[in-house]
Design a protein around this ligand. Sequence first.
Ligand SMILES: [Zn+2]
Length: 332
Amino acid sequence: MKYCIRCVLPENFPTIDFDENGLCNYCRTFEKEKNPQEVKSRHREKFERLLETHRGKKDYDVLMAYSGGKDSTYTLDIFKNHFGLRVLALSFDHGFMSPYAMRNINTVVERLGIDHVIFKPNFELMKKLFTLSVTGNLYSKKSLERASTICSSCMNLVKFIALKLSLEKEIPFIGYGWSPGQAPVQSSVMKNSAAFAKATQKVLYDPLHEKLGDAINPYFLSTEDFNDADKFPYNIHPLAFLDYDEERIYGRIRELGWQPPQDTDPNSTNCLMNAFANQVHQQQHGFHPYAFEVAGLVRMGVMSRDEGLARLNKAGDETVIQAVKSKLGLTK
Ligand SMILES: [Zn+2]
């Protein structure tokens, strides 16, 4: 397998194109971008200006999608202690949370003094959804460059459940702990548009509804929810416009009582299903679903190319993978 000489994108990545030196198109675009620091401060200032108008108006300033992983734990702390916001944390329990992550979540919200909601959807339905994610054709080729089908199914539910809750509680911001490799700084401070959300929901909802029926309705917006476009919150992922240093992140969250899980694969610090999701994606598409994110982190200097390749080439724990398959009913 040939990889980009700078990042870790492999030759079978769908939209890759190497120049004569073996440098990929993503690295070439990155080189051309002028002054990333200036772009970062512009977005940070934009968020700070929005806070002046929106903070303190309702019960909560930000609804944080809190997975218990290292990046979302750090982001939770940033919202509470750096920006001084009143945070409501929302965790989504899909039935495959690492017990270590559950303990981390409880410890951290208690330590930070944050209100917290756990949303645990009907597991029989989740089982059908994840099985369908493995076998069905639910997502576009483009979205599968950046995440496995299982991750996409889960994240899409999280996004719509968070949006629904933020509209109900009139919370002006939804926070995400995306690493700078997962989501670009350009989208780090962005208002949800009712029209766009409606179109996105339709693309996701229709194929799922066809297979799973009305049982999925509680996880999506109703027709009335789209009426008040002004109420739609901003999505914020602050790690894109702040300095991202994994060592400092681990240092800070350990102070909050967070401990590294011993049972997840190297690309996740909360989800036991991830190793299985990665395995399925690699079998179906030939490349690792985290290749895009890790390549971004390597390009930005967060980790070395060797560290990135090692992270992607480490196989998931077979015992964990078998346990996940068994709980999903996918073993014979
Ligand atoms: Zn590259």
